[in-house]
Ligand binder design. Structure first.
Ligand SMILES: Nc1ncnc2c1ncn2[C@@H]1O[C@H](COP(=O)(O)O)[C@@H](OP(=O)(O)O)[C@H]1O
Ligand SMILES: [Mg+2]
Length: 377
């Protein structure tokens, strides 16, 4: 399938990520309320990671909109959440909260240039929409890949998170969209969480943080639109360009906040050995890919424990956006990430390295080889 023919796919994906981001903003605001009034918005999954009304809500609206626009019959969506815990009798209250969030968001869909249901969706339809996203991807055909709320820990902590939607065809990521509702105007605020609203007053209908980034494979362009309340500011898209810094001494390295998700000691040694001087910028979620694409950081490294298998929805959208903005993304052996093997990035060599350019990338790959032997991973 030629990339030029993806106009409707790209347009719909950007619009639905704007809509989904607006749902997330509202749910995150509610999370700041005392737990008795926030509707019990956070649950624990089997692996103890949190899941919220926003995770299920976003998955439901993206699934519903994609099915409306492209037809539900042959639609394949690979996404993070399932309906198991949400369908249990004791989750009735939670399902009600998800339904409210979904129907509130979908009632606004026309303002985002998207269809809306004739009447509010019932619980069964919502569970169906969430449950439809149970595809496992693979080497053939077209698969939408969704992480409804990436960095859920950041989300529940009032920090960075992303809505990530990508389209894979025959194992290649053709387009990616990243909604980053807390992405600050100033890059310093990415890691220290400056209070955006105290710096100046947002103009009516707009906010000082938040954007949607998107790119189509092979165009050599990645774009950013601001997130505005109640719709899309069509005229305000700007081109993204990676940083031109190629001196490690001037480079900013970003990595996951959680030690459990990446070996901070190993990446510190790597950074040190190649002459990086700045402290790492620790940020939740795929916002790290956004930071590379926007030129706010030069390197993103993630070295998970060897027992952990990276999932395609945690990388697909970010990879195409960084690459089209001029950057490079590979595993630690310098090979492209393989999105053709199903839900997991099978065959990933040790870790993930996203860079603003070839020079830094080659230095890091070299440093990985030099230091791997002595690491304890
Ligand atoms: N033990 C582990 N090692 C590495 N990554 C992990 C992990 N457990 C969860 N993750 C992934 O790391 C993502 C968060 O990224 P980061 O640490 O960069 O903020 C999680 O996404 P979700 O929050 O969508 O589950 C999850 O997919
Ligand atoms: Mg994720």
């Amino acid at each position: 399938m030629a990339v030029e023919s993806l106009a409707t796919e790209m347009d719909t994906a950007v619009r639905v990520v704007h809509l989904a981001s607006s749902l997330c903003v509202k749910v995150q605001e509610k999370l700041r309320l005392p737990s008795s009034t926030n509707g019990g918005h956070v649950k624990s999954k089997d692996d103890d990671s949190p899941v919220t009304v926003a995770d299920w809500g976003v998955q439901a609206i993206v699934s519903w909109v994609l099915a409306e626009v492209f037809g539900g019959q042959s639609l394949s969506i690979v996404a993070e959440e399932d309906t198991e815990s949400l369908s249990k009798a004791e989750s009735l209250g939670l399902l009600g909260a998800v339904s409210n969030a979904v129907n509130e968001a979908l009632s606004e869909a026309p303002k985002y240039g998207l269809p809306k249901p004739d009447k509010p969706l019932g619980s069964t339809e919502i569970l169906e929409a969430i449950g439809r996203c149970n595809s496992v991807g693979g080497p053939k055909g077209r698969h939408w890949v969704l992480d409804p709320v990436d960095g859920t820990l950041g989300f529940v902590r009032g920090d960075q998170y992303a809505v990530a939607l990508a389209l894979i065809e025959n194992g290649k990521v053709l387009l990616g969209v990243l909604g980053c509702p807390n992405y600050p105007l100033k890059k310093e605020c990415l890691s220290n969480g400056c209070n955006q609203t105290t710096t100046s007053k947002p103009a009516a209908g707009s906010v000082l943080k938040g954007c949607v980034m998107y790119a189509k494979r092979g165009t050599g362009q990645a774009w950013m639109q601001p997130l505005v309340a109640g719709g899309i500011s069509e005229s305000a898209a700007t081109l993204l360009k990676v940083s031109s810094v190629d001196d490690p001494a001037l480079a900013t390295v970003c990595e996951p906040v959680e030690r459990a998700n990446s070996n901070h000691l190993f990446t510190a040694g790597l950074a040190n050995s190649m002459g990086v001087r700045k402290q790492p910028m620790r940020v939740y979620s795929m916002v790290k890919y956004a930071a590379i694409a926007r030129g706010d950081a030069e390197v993103f490294m993630k070295f998970a424990q060897s027992s952990y298998k990276e999932k395609i929805w945690d990388h697909a959208a970010g990879v195409v956006i960084v690459e089209e903005a001029g950057g490079v993304v590979t595993d630690a052996g310098g090979r492209d990430l393989d999105f053709s093997k199903g839900v997991y990035l099978e065959g990933l060599d040790r870790g993930i390295i996203a860079c603003s350019g070839q020079v830094l990338h080659e230095k890091i790959i070299g440093a990985v080889y030099a230091s791997w032997e002595s690491s304890s991973l």
